[in-house]
Design a binder for this molecule. Structure first.
Ligand SMILES: Nc1ncnc2c1ncn2[C@@H]1O[C@H](COP(=O)(O)OP(=O)(O)OP(=O)(O)O)[C@@H](O)[C@H]1O
Length: 500
């Protein structure tokens, strides 16, 4: 332990099928040690005798199937035991998914050149499941839990840890631009998960795409307050996602761009599932969606995503009313099954201040690493770029400010298309206020590629605008890597952050 002051210690005897739920206040940090029995946090097992650190206002729960004795060290004001855990129904769902994966069968048409093409295709796809639920229903947590159980299942079959490296990992698709998942907020992403996803802080719940080398732990805090030691074993695992930049934290902002991204994600998912070998294809995908989609006015997005991602199971996380609405929405779609699980009473909608603190911490972690329990230290670089070496653009930005189509004279087109790139005038007087503190995406597509490919294609990473000097015609950027920018074109959205 990292300080001289001994921590408050308490024992928790958790009966079978109970949860020990806790919500940390900003200055609180605890460690939980499993003394007896078995227990897990969102599908990731606690290792007996090893202190597991938690901090940074995380809200989580330890669940036990057969009973557990826990030691909780550190100050913790809000915690309680609950006998009303939805985990048994989540476990039944996991078993049902495991069965569907067993029954999945690739088309014989692809492998048999002599197949009779007049017969119907005999492909039985694995589960491609999308979660729908209100904000704070626990969708991301359930995604994490199901993925962890899948990883443990594959490891058990392969005879031990790391077995999933041979394939069989589920593809996690994050359509919730409000949170980063494993990368920057304002993005949609796809990633095949083959490692356990521990919970230590609210940052990087689905792994981390930022580690560029072996993790270097943060130094222990110097305050006399006790704090648990961080453990590299409990870090969010490094993952390698394919990421598309929306640039905004609500799917309703620049809706047409978001819709285009859905189609891109759909195509990328097909490729990703094919690349994962037969076991990966059978494992299918789990898709996290924005809580906004559970509202009646935004629910149309559910059917759009079902079509774009070829979803065959829509999992409603919540009440029967929402289930009824989703069933009605999808009643003409015969290839989709709608099922429901209850939301966890431990899950709660995060208030906007908390949400914004987590968003800031997620952006910070991309550049500086951390929080200490979730990821090691990273050291970003400050780079100065001349105006002439930069082209900062927005995607279809001006389209929102022009009049609607219906108000245009007959035959006249819109000034800017939904996905056109609109360059920013770096010399304009309003530019510093619009640019400083913004996060800019670096497209994978090269400067010679089409506007559409740069604006809507996957991204390499991000830089942050620290300052602009219009007299010297230079922009100061914070970058995860030193040296020249890999692309001249950088894409602006509305994602901002204070590097303090
Ligand atoms: N069983 C539980 N006990 C305690 N806290 C929980 C539990 N399940 C989830 N939480 C917490 O509740 C909060 C909301 O959960 P989560 O982020 O999974 O919901 P969500 O439906 O994805 O929300 P959003 O739509 O806003 O993204 C999170 O802080 C999460 O850690």
């Amino acid at each position: 332990m990292s300080s001289s002051n001994p921590p408050a210690i308490r024992r928790v005897s958790l009966p079978p099928l109970h949860e020990f739920r806790f919500e940390l206040e900003p200055k609180e940090a605890i460690s939980i040690t499993l003394l007896q029995g078995t227990a897990e946090v969102f599908g990731c097992e606690l290792v007996p005798g090893q202190p597991h650190p938690f901090g940074d206002e995380v809200r989580a729960a330890v669940w036990t199937s057969e009973g557990a004795e826990l030691e909780v060290a550190g100050r913790l004001e809000t915690s309680y035991e609950s006998s009303e855990s939805p985990l048994p129904s989540y476990l039944s769902l996991h078993l049902a998914l495991a069965r569907l994966r067993l029954l999945a069968r690739p088309s014989t048409f692809a492998s048999n050149p002599n197949a009779d093409l007049s017969l119907p295709d005999d492909e039985v796809p694995g589960p491609r499941m999308m979660l729908v639920g209100e904000r704070g229903a626990g969708k991301t947590t359930l995604v994490k839990t199901l993925v962890n159980w899948r990883t443990r299942e594959v490891w058990a079959k392969a005879g031990g840890r790391g077995g999933a490296a041979n394939g069989g990992g589920v593809v996690v698709v994050n359509l919730d631009v409000g949170e980063g998942g494993c990368t920057m907020p304002g993005t949609t992403s796809l990633v095949s998960i083959n490692s356990l996803l521990p919970t230590t802080t609210p940052v990087s719940p689905l792994g981390t795409a930022t580690s560029s080398g072996p993790p270097v732990p943060f130094p222990a805090p110097s305050s006399s307050e006790w704090s648990p030691s961080s453990s590299i074993d409990a870090y969010a695992p490094p993952v390698n996602p394919l990421v598309f930049w929306h640039g905004h934290t609500s799917p309703n902002e620049h809706g047409p761009v978001y819709e285009q991204l859905l189609k891109r994600v759909g195509k990328a998912l097909k490729r990703k599932l094919d690349e994962g070998g037969v076991e990966g294809w059978k494992a299918g995908c789990v898709v996290d969606t924005p809580g906004e989609w559970a509202e009646k006015k935004a629910m149309g997005n559910v059917s759009k995503a079902v079509r774009a991602l070829e979803i065959n199971i829509v999992l409603v996380v919540g009440n029967e009313r929402l289930e009824g609405q989703v069933r009605k929405l999808l009643e003409t779609n015969k290839t989709v099954t709608v099922v429901r699980v209850p939301a966890s009473q431990g899950a709660a909608e995060d208030d906007s201040a908390y949400h914004s603190r987590v968003k800031d911490a997620q952006i910070r972690s991309y550049f500086y690493g951390g929080p200490a329990f979730t990821q090691g230290v990273l050291s970003p670089f400050s780079i100065i770029v001349k105006f002439e070496d930069l082209r900062i653009v927005s995607v279809g930005e001006a389209a929102d400010t022009v009049v609607p189509d219906s108000a245009l004279p007959l035959g006249a087109g819109r000034i800017v298309g939904d996905t056109d790139l609109v360059p920013m005038d770096l010399t304009a007087s309003r530019t510093p206020s619009e640019l400083v503190n913004k996060v800019l995406a670096i497209p994978q597509a090269g400067d010679e590629d089409s506007d559409e490919e740069r604006g809507m294609g996957p991204v390499l990473g991000w830089v942050y605008v620290s300052a602009i000097d219009q007299t010297k015609k230079k922009v100061t950027l914070l970058s995860p890597l030193p040296g020249r920018l890999p692309r001249k074109t950088l894409i602006l959205g509305s994602l901002d952050w204070q590097d303090s």
